[in-house]
Design a protein around this ligand. Structure first.
Ligand code: GAL
Length: 912
């Protein structure tokens, strides 16, 4: 039988095509539509945010905020929910039916009341004139352009990043529907909208989804008419005090229009698992969920061909296996079919550098009377992951030490608006450091991020909730947990379960239910059961910073995730008598209590530093909380980059390395965090962004990067000296010099004179020369491994700034409307040495068809708005993020100037 595959099915693998062109985050080809169409809807929206007094089309009444203080320590005990009172007149009852597809018990399905609230509201009418509204393309984050809210008692505080993410806004767009589409199902697929999305189409409230991090589908079919002016109007209502970090705001991910026949593969309707995996063969099991929205029952044959994907994401060769099933689906129902096949000599997916992230794609066709009525593509990987309580995690039989980081969803100056290239850049730098795993703290990521982790071979802990019934902030997820925890959890798993990179499901982070014994454990049990129903193949977990081995919560979890407890919390004598969490090291206690469960450190460190800031005196300890005179500067809100200090409940990188080495059964760690994130600027809430990243918000490496690289990539020859050597006020003063190296010993030279050779002891990860007396000149280190020269590094005292340099991470980019070039400007003296203390104001100008999307310098205290084209350097560096105008070809010239300094420029070529 010959089957014609529609071109548009390639859309489903959009991110697999990303490596052809790193940024093609949307694909909108739309020809030859026989069975299914997926059209990108990112372009051409109108947007309006109320400055005050929004309309009353509310999802539900929220509790009043009585405590506006948002600078609570992250490990503050979550508290009981507060009742909001009456919700009469709210639209919740019309929105809840959107969840039905993800509520397993049909008796709990929501029935939509009669009527269509808001139908007379002008903004939802197609005749409404929105010409004065802002015209924009998605993804869009309305808050990221600021301005930052500075000063005392800001409306949005440091915790949520001081940016105007709060408020109510509308997005409008007309969509076109042809006559032949009138018998189709027409869905709006939104990858993420922050938050409380409610969707009107042609004046009818079609549905919505409150949780801003999940992807969701709205069925537009009943309200669609033929023609070009089907009016979409989407209302978002993003609450203040809803997060402990910057949540972003708006339709910040891709939006799609999906058209299918009445009988079709359900939303996220395939699930491929593999078993009996060896070099010779693997058995694939495929479940396909089929939705029949027609008036009659339908006999369906499913035919699925499996193809290999090459490293560019293209199908290669002939099908390597075929799976088939037949079934009959009754009218207005959903049914799951199963089929199986053996694949010979499978190319396994596994993490580099020892393994390759090989991928396959399953192309499923639904046939009715031998006619193709739907085709659906599922990229996947074949890998065997074993969880061994004594050895940790084994991928395809090889123990993989988890060298992971936590990542929040924002992309620095781009905000929450998802951008594939920006995310890829983050992962590339993390990989260079030796990182092999990402914990998606604490929410479902953009789908394309998981496509990147699949393709690049990162292991992923996919996480969904930061709170359950008990609250951390007055307007966080706890408000909707009773109604939405099941649908959100099921939607999350169904969307992500075919990604080979996802190896663990985490359904909670430091939730308040750790404190409530059996009652809290019952909530965990319910969530665990939901996850297992959706995917029995991966372990469940929830991260614990409080619950101990003898408590109820950990019993429920397949895998033990400890935040900070492994190393011990607040063990220093200064914390004696504290009413905060104080815990001795817990790895062994959990291992003993749960000898069959793997232990993973889901959050470690939370070490702090400001890139290029070195404060004196330098602590003798290897790990200490930040205080003035001990790594901290509460006046300037900066933390020393000697990399010895952590949050009160945390530990330095080195303390964590040692404790994990001493407990080899621990599968590894996820550092808090890989990159700085917006909001949560512990310990200085006057700032805008965090201090805990290994890489700063602009993407510049802190010294800590090299500490992790030295430990995580022992075979990579490297040495790194700190601090910089520009201390005009410290001549004659003791100025400690520390070295991170993957070697085992090193000799330090100051102006050619040896300051001695030092060797690492066991459980020692840095070499320190604490008595160096500063004199300007050159510091050089020669590192050795097994007594042979291994690597060198040097720093010199730079003179006055005289010139700028400009370097682009990529000098050819696509003008697809998404691709980016990241341009770094450094400040140099006349000899070309970078001046590490230069903070000159740099102005950017562009020639050609491009635009500056954002600038940043990585300084957590910098309140210049991100879209500004001039910004002070921070310790020698500043960044500009450049995008080509859509469709442009030719050159963009990025020029950087600064008063009194020689300008610099870099050329970027744009291609279609
Ligand atoms: C943890 C929390 C993280 C973050 C971190 C900061 O307690 O899980 O979300 O707040 O502390 O150190």
């Amino acid at each position: 039988m010959k089957i014609t595959y529609s071109l548009v099915f390639a859309l489903l693998t959009s991110a697999l095509l990303l490596n052809q062109c790193a940024s093609s985050q949307t694909i909108s080809k739309n020809k030859d539509v026989l069975t299914r169409e997926r059209i990108n809807l990112n372009e051409g929206w109108r947007f309006m945010k109320y400055s005050n007094a929004p309309d009353h089309l509310i999802y539900d009444v929220r509790p009043e905020i009585t405590d506006r203080n948002d600078n609570k320590a992250a490990d503050t005990k979550p508290t009981e929910a507060v009742s909001a009172g009456s919700s009469t007149g709210s639209l919740k009852v019309y929105i809840l039916p959107t969840a039905n597809e993800f509520i397993n018990d049909p008796t709990k399905h929501h029935i939509r009341p009669d009527g269509s609230p808001g139908k007379d509201f002008p903004i939802v009418q197609s005749t409404f004139n929105d010409a004065a509204w802002q015209f924009l393309d998605l993804p869009h984050d309305w808050a990221i352009t600021g301005p930052f809210m500075t000063g005392p008692n800001p409306e949005v505080g440091g915790g949520m990043g001081r940016l105007p993410s709060n408020g109510v806004a509308w997005y409008r767009k007309k969509i076109s529907v042809g006559k032949t589409d009138l018998d189709k199902k027409i869905y709006l697929d939104m990858d993420g909208a922050m938050s409380y999305a409610m969707v009107w189409i042609n004046g009818n409230l079609a549905g919505g989804w409150p949780y801003g991090y999940n992807s969701f589908r709205i069925d537009l079919t009943p309200y669609i008419k033929e023609g070009h002016d089907n009016q979409l109007a989407i209302r978002l209502d993003n609450p203040n005090h809803s997060a402990r970090w910057y949540p972003g705001a708006g339709i910040y991910r891709n939006v799609w229009l999906t058209k299918t026949n009445a009988v079709h593969v359900s939303q996220w309707g395939t699930f491929i698992t593999s078993k009996a995996i060896s070099k010779n063969s693997a058995t694939l099991d495929l479940k396909i969920s089929i939705t029949n929205n027609s008036k009659t029952s339908s006999s369906i044959t499913t035919l699925t061909h499996i193809y290999e994907l090459d490293h560019k994401g293209n199908k290669t060769g002939e099908a390597v296996a075929t799976l088939k099933s037949s079934t009959s689906v009754t009218s207005e129902s959903r049914l799951i079919t199963q089929s199986t096949a053996v694949i010979q000599h499978p190319k396994l997916w596994g993490p580099p550098p020892t393994q390759q992230p090989n991928l396959y794609i399953a192309v499923t066709t639904l046939l009715q009377n031998n006619k193709a009525i739907d085709t659906y593509e599922t990229p996947f990987g074949i890998r065997d992951v074993q969880f061994n309580p004594d050895q940790g995690i084994l991928v395809n039989g090889e123990r993989i030490q988890v060298k992971g980081v936590n990542q929040h969803h924002d992309l620095g100056g781009l905000g929450a608006a998802f951008n594939v290239r920006a995310a890829e850049r983050q992962l590339e730098m993390l990989r260079d450091m030796g990182c092999n795993a990402i914990r998606m703290s604490h929410n479902p990521p953009a789908p394309e991020l998981l496509e990147l982790t699949d393709r690049m071979g990162f292991l992923v802990v996919d996480e969904i909730f930061d709170s359950w019934e008990r609250k951390k902030t007055p307007h966080d997820f706890h408000l909707i947990f009773p109604d939405w925890s099941e649908p959100d959890a099921r939607a999350f798993i169904r969307r992500d379960r075919n990604h080979p990179s996802v190896i663990i499901w985490s359904f909670g982070n430091e939730v308040g239910e750790q404190y409530t014994g059996a009652e809290g454990a019952a909530v965990a049990q319910r969530l665990h059961n939901i996850v297992k129903e959706e995917d029995p193949t991966r372990p469940t977990t929830a991260a614990m910073n409080f619950a101990k081995p003898d408590m109820a919560l950990p019993k429920v979890l397949d895998l033990i995730s400890l935040n900070y407890q492994g190393e011990g919390i607040r063990q220093a004598p200064e914390f004696e008598g504290t009413d905060r969490i104080r815990t001795p090291p817990q790895y062994y206690a959990f291992h003993k209590q749960f000898p069959t469960k793997v232990i993973l450190s889901s959050e470690t460190a939370s070490a702090f530093s400001s890139r290029g800031v070195y404060l004196f005196p330098v602590s003798k300890e290897i790990s200490a909380p930040v205080r003035d005179g001990r790594g901290g500067d509460s006046k300037n809100h900066q933390v020393s980059a000697y990399e010895l200090h952590a949050v009160d409940f945390g530990s330095s990188a080195e303390k964590v390395f040692a404790s994990i080495e001493k407990n080899p059964f621990v599968a590894g760690e996820f550092v808090w965090t890989g990159w700085d994130h917006l909001g949560e600027p512990t310990p200085y809430y006057d700032a805008r962004s965090a201090y805990c990243g290994i890489i700063d918000l602009a993407g510049f490496k802190k010294d800590r990067f090299y500490l992790y690289q030295s430990h995580w990539r022992p075979d990579f020859a490297m040495a790194h000296i700190l601090p910089h050597w520009n201390w005009p006020d410290r001549v004659g003063e003791v100025t400690p010099v520390h070295v991170f190296t993957s070697g085992d010993e090193a000799e330090l030279f100051l102006n050619g004179k040896s300051l001695g050779k030092k060797k690492k002891e066991k459980y020692q990860y840095r070499l320190r020369w604490d008595d160096v007396v500063y004199e300007p000149g050159e510091l050089k280190v020669v590192a050795y491994k097994n007594e042979k020269v291994w690597a060198e590094d040097h720093v010199v005292t730079a003179g006055e700034p005289t010139k700028l340099s400009a370097t682009a991470d990529r000098t050819t980019i696509s003008s697809d409307g998404y691709d980016l070039s990241f341009v770094t400007i450094s400040i140099h003296d006349e000899n070309g040495n970078e001046v590490p203390i230069a903070n000159n104001l740099v102005n950017f100008q562009l020639e050609g068809s491009g635009e500056i999307i954002a600038t940043d310098n990585g300084d957590a205290t910098n309140m210049t708005f991100f879209s500004s084209s001039s910004r002070n350097a921070f310790n020698g560096k500043v960044l500009a993020i450049i995008k080509a105008k859509k469709g442009a070809i030719g050159k963009i010239v990025v020029k950087a100037s600064s008063e009194g300094l020689k300008t610099a420029e870099v050329e970027i070529n744009c291609k279609k």
